[in-house]
Ligand binder design. Structure first.
Ligand code: TYD
Length: 200
């Protein structure tokens, strides 16, 4: 599940989990960066707003390191046990935040992340499509902003445009959903797509 900050990913993940459980699946949910003790420690470094001097390449490699640990410690074992895994952010976050937002280039991001992912590839990426200013507005009540959230509106606009470009480039694996729709409507659109891809 991908999308800008404030796009409602977490709510939709919980609803999708309930739906997939009703179909008999064991579900594992992960969030990035994080999801293992080591990945959470890396997350604390990445998002620490004291570290304003962090280079873009360091940031990319730290996200990839956190992901490598998550893939090996959590995702691979879960898949091997026949479970379904829903990730709150995955490699496409790096593609847009580091590749496009930071300007490192999408191909560099995929190259680095190939080491982190190995043969683990998402079967479907759902992109919660929301304008950057609306995402920021939804987070307005949050008092403490992390290092990424402190970036200016133009950065967050590049991120959203990046997601939209990737969704256009790779319609087979990235499915965009209008995140301004009512929560139940978004859920039913997602379920319809999941049914189409996995159960028909
Ligand atoms: P988080 O608080 O988990 O954000 P959200 O609740 O919106 O998912 O913080 C993760 C932040 O890290 C978020 O701003 C997006 C950013 N990020 C990247 O820049 N690259 C990445 O590869 C990942 C996974 C996240």
């Amino acid at each position: 599940m991908e999308g800008p900050d404030g796009s409602g990913k977490t709510t939709q993940i919980e609803m999708l989990k309930t739906y997939l459980e009703s179909k008999g699946y064991d579900i594992v949910i992960t969030r990035e960066p994080g999801g293992t003790v080591i990945s959470e420690a890396i997350r604390a470094i990445i998002l620490n707003k004291e570290y304003q001097e962090m280079s873009h390449m360091t940031e990319l490699l730290l996200y990839a390191s956190a992901r490598a640990q998550l893939v090996n410690q959590v995702i691979k074992p879960a898949l091997a046990e026949g479970k379904a895994v829903i990730c709150d952010r995955f490699v496409e976050s790096s593609a847009v935040y580091q590749g496009i937002g930071r300007g490192l280039g999408v191909s560099t991001v995929y190259e680095v992340n190939n080491y982190a992912l190995g043969d683990v590839k998402p079967k479907l990426t759902i992109f919660m499509d929301l304008d950057a200013d609306e995402g920021i507005r939804r987070k307005e009540n949050q008092t403490e902003l992390d290092r990424m959230e402190m970036e200016d509106l133009s950065f967050h606009k590049r991120v959203v445009e990046g997601y939209r470009q990737l969704a256009q480039l790779y319609p087979d694996r990235i499915f965009p959903v209008d995140a301004t729709l009512p929560i139940e409507k978004i859920h039913s659109i997602i379920v319809e797509e999941v049914e189409k891809r996995f159960f028909s």
